[in-house]
Write a protein that binds this ligand. Structure first.
Ligand code: ATP
Ligand code: MG
Length: 286
């Protein structure tokens, strides 16, 4: 029998596009996804369940889905007994305390005795307990940001990404409690053949993520500056060096990490590099 792994993803919302894009980069296309609970995947022995993100932890804990993709915030809120396999680098946001702009927030102690509206009551409860704070938790499922303005709450504990929603509701972010991004989760009792499939999927995800973090770089270098330039871009093993048609110059090809990118480019120019080209990498396997 050919084993398939069942993946639960968000049907629609802020995780859906990033998830579909990641799977696509991993060579996995989801067919007949629209308006179905179950979809077939092409390019990997996989079945896909399209769910509300709130339901994914339960499905994975029960083994109805073997693995899932959802926000770290939701995994922590639901508190189910599932494994976090790896971070995926998209749908980044944070869960923060925000208060009306004119409040003089002096620190966490300010929250003592206050009414805090949130759609993450469990995370808030743990945060308050860890800090020995007593406050009233108002658990609501949407539009949390409007509650201080209508007198329902003194503060909120909610998802923030750009801060635009806070601004338009006259609120300010005062404490970041957790940072979140999409994560891959798994059932804790997968059979051996499904563990194998999960490893294969992780291998593909790793190649995609590495590629996203790196750029391919090509440049022309004067031969007398070659050593200095090579030291700046050591690449995966070592850079490729090809002679140019004119004397005294060569072409250097390598890989550069996105985080160091601008700093490295500056140093390369100072070292005498010319005609620097930087191109995206699709997949990277080391
Ligand atoms: P569902 O209908 O599936 O229950 P939802 O309304 O609960 O969806 P979304 O608003 O689609 O949830 O957000 C899903 C997840 O995306 C959040 O739990 C969080 O991890 C992440 N997220 C939420 N807002 C943002 C944002 N503004 N920027 C980036 N990521 C976000
Ligand atoms: Mg939800």
């Amino acid at each position: 029998m050919n084993t398939k792994i069942t993946l639960a993803i968000q049907k629609s919302g802020r995780l859906n596009e990033g998830t579909i894009d990641l799977l696509y980069r991993c060579g996995i296309k989801i067919l007949n996804g629209n308006n179905h609970l179950k979809a077939v995947a092409e390019g990997f022995p996989m079945e896909v369940l399209l769910l509300r993100d709130d339901d994914i932890p339960q499905y994975v804990a029960d083994g109805v889905a073997d693995i899932g993709i959802l926000g770290y915030n939701e995994v922590i809120e639901k508190g189910k007994d599932i494994s976090i396999v790896r971070k995926l680098g998209f749908s980044r946001c944070r869960l923060s305390i925000a208060v009306p702009r004119d409040v003089n927030y002096t620190g966490k102690e300010w929250l003592s005795g206050k009414r805090i509206a949130t759609s993450y009551p469990e995370i808030l409860k743990s945060f308050l307990a860890e800090n020995s704070l007593q406050a009233e938790i108002h658990s609501i499922s949407g539009s949390v940001e409007i509650t201080p303005g209508i007198g329902m709450a003194d503060a909120i504990f909610e998802i923030v990404s750009s801060g635009g929603t806070l601004l338009s509701n006259n609120l300010k972010e005062v404490d970041v409690i957790i940072n979140s991004e999409a994560v891959l989760v798994a059932n804790k009792n997968l059979c051996e053949s499904k563990v194998d499939l999960l490893k294969k999927l992780e291998f593909r995800i790793e190649a995609v993520r590495k590629a996203q973090r790196n750029k391919y770089i090509l440049l022309n270098a004067p031969k007398n500056k070659l050593n200095e330039i090579i030291n700046l871009i050591p690449g995966m093993k070592s850079p490729t060096i090809l002679p140019l048609a004119i004397d005294g110059w060569c072409s250097v090809h390598s890989v550069v990490n996105e985080e160091d990118f601008w700093e490295v480019i500056g140093k390369l120019k100072e070292a005498g590099a010319e005609g620097i080209l930087v191109v995206p990498i699709e997949k990277m396997v080391i």
